[in-house]
Design a protein around this ligand. Sequence first.
Ligand SMILES: [Mg+2]
Length: 358
Amino acid sequence: MHGGPRARTIPAGPVGDGHVANNTDQQGPRPPDLVGEDALAASETLRDRAVGALLGCAVGDAIGELAFTHASKDRLQAAVARAQHLVYTDDTAMAIAVANALVEDGLIHAQALGDRFARGFQLEPWRGYGPGPPAIFKTVAETGRAYEEVARELYGGEGSLGNGAAMRAAPLGVAYRDTERLPAACDTASAVTHAHPVGRDAALLVARAVGQAIEAAIEGRRIRPHALAQHLTDGCRSEEMRHKMQAVTDYLEAGAQAEAVADAVGRSVSAPESVPFAVYAFLATPDDFEACLDTAALHGGDRDTLAAMAGSIAGAYLGEPAIPAPWRSRIEHRCQLRELARRLADAFPDSARAAAAQ
Ligand SMILES: [Mg+2]
């Protein structure tokens, strides 16, 4: 979310039949039980994709934030080139908290995650937080109530349907992939600040896309954008998100221009008006991290969060080397982000264990 100018086992079908560029030695889907060198290769791929997801989030977040004040491709490239460091915002700060919770606690516990979010805000309040989470942190600190309960009281008792739960959801997709345990973990992580069912559904969409991207990479399969879009559409639980994702699916099949898609599905801080476009930004050019980020960051709206979400999914699919070196070498805390992502991958080495852990 942009808080202001101050900072501010998929079925075999949906994800395709080809090969990811750096997994060209595999023919078809892997068997479910990996042994020996296969298991080692899978765990290295998982590590790389976990790093790609977190660095992709941070790079997208930082570059998307710059795009608020450098809104054309040329100006944005010049601004990125001039920047000594690329500085991420609340999106990545909160994704780091989710990843740390998964690594250190082994699962998502709402109150413990809320405390992590609150500590992050206290340490770095300048990272462009929107108004909702800090108000929740303050009320919980003063009253000792549950984060989820306070979050439900926002916005007339409906809770926030902003994209703030979706923007930090990538680590959940890394840990739980697209397993049956993912929805519950996502809902628990989301409800700490975003109680509205559509806001939670948006977080599940991002996490599921990340999970699908990682599974495809590990299995050496190339994503088929339209098929994955349809799979993600079918997985939406709310009518709002399903409607928008069906539109994305249809636009992908029709080969529509990004501008037309952005106008049709939206790009605001509201979850159903930005999360589907972020998913589109990845699916439009799934093999090109830079093009994905251009689509996400250069069509207006909630640029940092759009690019953070799109960058997470692209990084999860393509891995760290696909993120342009001048970008990933200048993102702040890159060594810590890389180490945290590797620990996350090692803590959740496969979908079966992820399912058992929650
Ligand atoms: Mg932000």
